[in-house]
Design a protein around this ligand. Structure first.
Ligand code: HEC
Length: 218
């Protein structure tokens, strides 16, 4: 038999097996049943490693359903997990409240102060400490600030590049309010959802990013 014929016979044979396999329930990947392993000794050590102090209480160790999902990479990355992630995003999106006074942009200068500040909500803070956004921890914002993290994308020229259409206003408001509406396991804190920032503070941060007069858009 000429070589090429043999080659095709083998290839065809293999192809038939693959097609048969793809249509048969036996060969298809079975949905993975994933259950977080209960590990009481670990739980105990973990709980013992923290204590409530000042305004930071131990209940911070309790994860909500969103956090539990994202803390289990095998679950989050499974085919079922991908679907679950879309549902989580939808739930987060639906929970976002538009500004009550309908105003999206506040004072950009104040927004810069909030973006700079990492104070508030830590054990050494008192309840009256104004809470900051700590946005520079993860983002470049005004390019004149040289101390910034890069876990998130640069927000320099944010408004200059995108304009301030209704869509951009709503998207940015939603992102700051609850980033998990767009990425179920986003590392960005949910500033409105978790009651970190007030509506007024978010309006000021919006102005920092979108006001044409803001230092960010020069
Ligand atoms: C712990 C890190 C972290 C902090 C703190 C943080 N972000 Fe983010 N941010 C991210 C990441 C990561 C992304 C990329 C998208 C994603 O994964 O959700 C992002 C995305 C964004 C986006 C969307 C950018 C785009 O191009 O669409 C905006 C707007 C934004 N952040 C604003 C802010 C503001 C304002 C603050 C402060 C109130 C802030 N972020 C604080 C991590 C952070």
């Amino acid at each position: 038999m000429p070589e090429f014929k043999k080659f095709f016979r083998v290839r065809l044979g293999l192809g038939a097996v693959i097609i048969a396999c793809q249509t048969s329930p036996f060969c298809q990947a079975q949905p993975v049943k994933i259950q977080a392993p209960e590990n009481p000794p670990f739980k105990e050590i973990f709980q013992k490693g923290f204590r409530s102090q000042g305004i930071a209480s131990i209940d911070r160790l309790t994860q909500d359903a969103n956090q539990t999902f994202c803390s289990d990479p095998r679950r989050a990355q499974s085919a079922a997990g991908m679907k679950e992630a879309r549902m989580i995003e939808q739930r987060n999106l639906e929970s976002i409240k538009a500004p009550t006074d309908g105003v999206y942009l506040g004072d950009w200068r104040n927004g810069e102060k909030i973006a700079q500040s990492g104070r508030g909500l830590t054990w050494s803070d008192v309840p009256e400490t104004p809470v900051g956004g700590g946005c520079y921890n993860c983002h470049q914002i005004d390019e004149h600030e040289i101390a910034y993290g890069n876990l998130g994308p640069s927000l320099w020229h944010y408004g200059k590049n995108r304009g301030s259409s209704k869509e951009v206003l709503i998207y940015t408001w939603n992102r700051i309010s609850n980033a998990k509406a767009y990425n179920a396991c986003s590392q960005m804190p949910r500033f409105a959802h978790s009651q970190i920032l007030t509506e007024k503070q978010i309006q000021d941060l919006m102005a920092l990013l979108l006001d044409p007069n803001s230092a960010v858009n020069q």
